[in-house]
Ligand binder design. Structure first.
Ligand code: C5P
Length: 208
């Protein structure tokens, strides 16, 4: 099978030295890529800027911004049997990217931000029969209800609901605790586990 997996954060430039980003480490997405490869599948890994090394058998496409991630995901989507969007894509980017370093002044500064494209929602519209689309939902509150809402809105087959804001799981941690929810109403809680073990379980489950 051909997997298309996104991982890591995006970086939205304010000026040549400043940017908006988030705490995603890329570990979960990279673990999914490694697990799929280990099971004998092909992987295109679209990665935001992270400090970990991609599995060498993956075809890795490095991107920086949400717009670049959108291009890479959309142009590889039709060929993919299974697409997993694990990246923490910025929802907003600066309207203006300054070409030279912004100077500070004494006044407050207001940055105007505009929405980025919701890549996963777009892929949900492009999806055809026999393609599987999997998203992640990282939530601090109302995890299951919010995850189910995203599953429906984005036309997903599975969503991996991931509670964040607790020490030891989620962003940057080596372990994670997730609940898998399918469009058919299946709900599978996977206990706290290393991201690599979890990745294998997630992939085995979505392939059943
Ligand atoms: O941001 P949100 O909580 O809606 O993210 C849920 C899912 O949507 C994740 O799988 C994430 O990778 C994806 N997403 C995306 N493009 C965005 C925002 C989120 O693909 N602009």
């Amino acid at each position: 099978m051909k997997f298309l997996i996104s991982a890591g954060p995006t970086k939205e430039r304010i000026d040549p030295v400043r940017f908006i980003s988030n705490h995603s480490s890329g570990k979960m997405g990279y673990a999914l890529a490694s697990a799929a490869l280990k099971m004998g599948h092909e992987v295109i890994l679209v990665s935001g800027p992270v400090n970990i090394i991609p599995p060498k058998e993956a075809n890795t496409i490095n991107i920086e911004s949400a717009a670049e991630m959108a291009d890479a995901m959309k142009s590889n989507f039709n060929d993919a049997d299974i697409t997993i969007s694990c990246a923490a894509v910025a929802d907003y980017r600066p309207v203006i990217t300054h070409q030279s370093k912004m100077k500070k002044g004494d006044e407050n500064l207001v940055l105007e931000l505009e929405r980025t494209e919701d890549i996963l929602a777009r892929l949900g519209k492009m999806k055809v029969e026999n393609q599987l689309l999997v998203g992640f939902a990282a939530e601090t509150n109302d995890l299951i209800a919010n995850a189910k809402g995203k599953l429906e809105r984005k036309n997903l087959d599975w969503i991996v609901a991931n509670k964040i804001g607790e020490a030891g799981t989620g962003f940057a941690a080596d372990q994670n605790e997730v609940t898998l929810i399918s469009k058919n109403g299946k709900m599978i809680k996977l206990p706290l586990e290393d991201k690599s073990t979890l990745a294998e379980k997630i992939i085995s489950q979505i392939l059943t």
